[in-house]
Design a protein. Structure first.
Length: 203
């Protein structure tokens, strides 16, 4: 049995808009899809890599997608002190060919989402809020945006901030920012008092 020689794992870091999060990018596909671990419980069940990263006291969240891992740290640590350790750890983990995400994760999360109407990373009261926000966007915002040849998708809700993805003609359109701030943000704040701000990413 011939074993193909593996190309060595390369790894570099990239800044993200959030100073508490850093992207660790590899030259290998880690997981086709997205896996967001905001707490250790879910990681224990589904991702040996995320679970082992949570063992570092400064790791607050782990997001795995395609060829990168985004780590959100506890705010009282600085990246200078921990970045190298994490970099070496992830590189060694991937080089050893260990399991990143367990089989069946995507299916299980899809089932959970269709059951609750929200993503697997939300629980309890937050799940209720997210369902309400998604319904409002789908009912009131989407149809208007579609008429202009664009699309809007709910992406995440975290500590009062709703992130949406703008696609099609909305992506990069100057008036979409105005629509977003005056229209969507205004409506969501009125209907869901927990919403503090709406921000967008380009799709």
């Amino acid at each position: 049995m011939s074993t193909a020689t593996q190309s060595p794992i390369m790894l570099y870091t990239e800044q993200t808009p959030n100073p508490e999060s850093l992207k660790f990018v590899t030259n290998k596909i880690l997981y086709k899809g997205t896996a967001d671990f905001r707490e250790e419980e879910l990681a224990k069940e589904w991702s040996p890599l995320a679970q082992s990263l949570f063992e570092f006291s400064y790791v607050k969240g782990v997001y795995i997608c395609n060829n990168f891992v985004t780590i959100t740290k506890e705010f009282n640590y600085s990246w200078e002190d921990i970045m190298l350790k994490l970099k070496e750890y992830i590189k060694a983990y991937v080089s050893d060919g260990k399991v990143i995400i367990s089989e069946g994760f995507a299916e299980a999360m899809k089932a959970k989402e269709s059951e609750t109407g929200v993503g697997y990373e939300y629980t309890g009261d937050e799940a209720e809020l997210v369902k309400k926000i998604k319904d409002l966007i789908d009912t009131y915002v989407k149809p208007a945006v579609e008429m202009d040849g664009g699309n809007i998708e709910f992406k995440s809700f975290n500590e009062g901030i709703v992130t949406v993805v703008l696609q099609g003609s909305c992506s990069g359109c100057p008036s979409s920012t105005v629509t977003l701030k005056s229209g969507i943000e205004g409506m969501l704040k009125r209907m869901v008092p927990e919403v503090k701000e709406v921000v967008s990413e380009m799709g």
